[in-house]
Ligand binder design. Sequence first.
Ligand code: ZN
Length: 455
Amino acid sequence: MLTSDSTLKSAAPVVDGDVTLPIETSMVLAGGTLIELHPPRFAVADVFVRGDRILQVGGAMPESVMRVDVSGCIVTPAFTVAHTHLYMSLTCGMPPPPKPPRTLTDTLQWVWWALDKALDDDLVHTSALVGAAMAAKAGAACIVDLHSSPRAIDGSLDRIESALDEIGVRGILGYETSDRDGRGRRDGGLAENRRFLEKVRKGATKHRALVGAHAMMTLNDDTLDALRELADAQGAGIHMHVAEDLTDALDAERIRKAPLATRLERLGIARKGSVVAHAVQLETKLAEHMMQAGAFLVTNPRSNMDHGVGLCGLTGTRVALGTDGSDHDVLAEARAYYLRHSEAHDDLARETGARVAAGQELSSQLFGDGTPPRIVAGARADLTVLDYTPMTPMTPSNVIEHFARGWTSGHVRDTMVGGSFVLHDRKLVNIDERELVLRARAAAGRLWERMQGYT
Ligand SMILES: [Zn+2]
């Protein structure tokens, strides 16, 4: 059982779930067990949050500050979804494609490229709103999103930004530049990336941006040059899929007449802040070259299983965990990672906590925090509270077992982003959830109907 000698019993007011919390405030999270996953660290201590930062951990807390009771709960650095697609948030339960896909290319053409073509401005916004809500309810404070809506490109990243702000979570945004829908839409994708990167550079948004692109197999050589030039000009990383299956390599050899490594070099994706999704079939030496240059690789085991493309066996402190659309639930992804690598006997299951920590580090670096994503004084106050009472002992030596086999998003009670709760007592703080559900269901119905025109 988790216990605490915290200051919870002091005279200061205790806040329960019925109280509407101010947007930004000072508070003490009192009575919780603080857990960092990698390296595993435990402490029973109160946390004093002021503004967007953790001011103090442990010791005597100021008496006048509001207490939030987290006794019996775990407090941990909030999760980052290191690669996902918010535009897929309305797809659970949608009608299946005309026939079962046999390859990743089938799935792309019959499902995801029918979906993205069906998105209009309103559906882009509603999908992002639903996805951000799902992520916040699953304990995520930051979402690294790669967006595609070829018939609603202009301003799409602003619509996602607006949705993230309505929920209260952070975003690292990019538009999925591709040649698959013709030159005009390729140029539109580049322009949308450039526009939002400029917005970030001017400080006109609190979010961050990367140069977004789809995958090597849908990018012509001159588009690789344009993406590299944009990344150079903006000093930004590149976010895209690489070697999800063998198609990128086969396309390079057979159609582009150049090895995949040569094309990746031309793109210049090996740079600080890049987010390389999947890398299932990426040569280890190429992956290590990218990570040494400052890129993060993001593995998505549930998506890889769904598409039948294999398993990413890369390791290191820059290999993070993404959800690749789906439900934006990092804990569900972590469980899949743990089980899939246990099945593979590749010794990576025990690194499940490191995968989550890498995502938190990615967010910290791109937001320029200056402190690591830990529960220490000076760190950003992005925190998740889980109401998890294990039936067996939980210690630093077995916490990864509990994390991977015990913790679920159903245990997430609170999500704090920059010192403000966006989820408190399992309720979204900034939006009426019942209205969101009604709006989402109506939007999903409209989206699924529109998709029939593109399958
Ligand atoms: Zn993806």
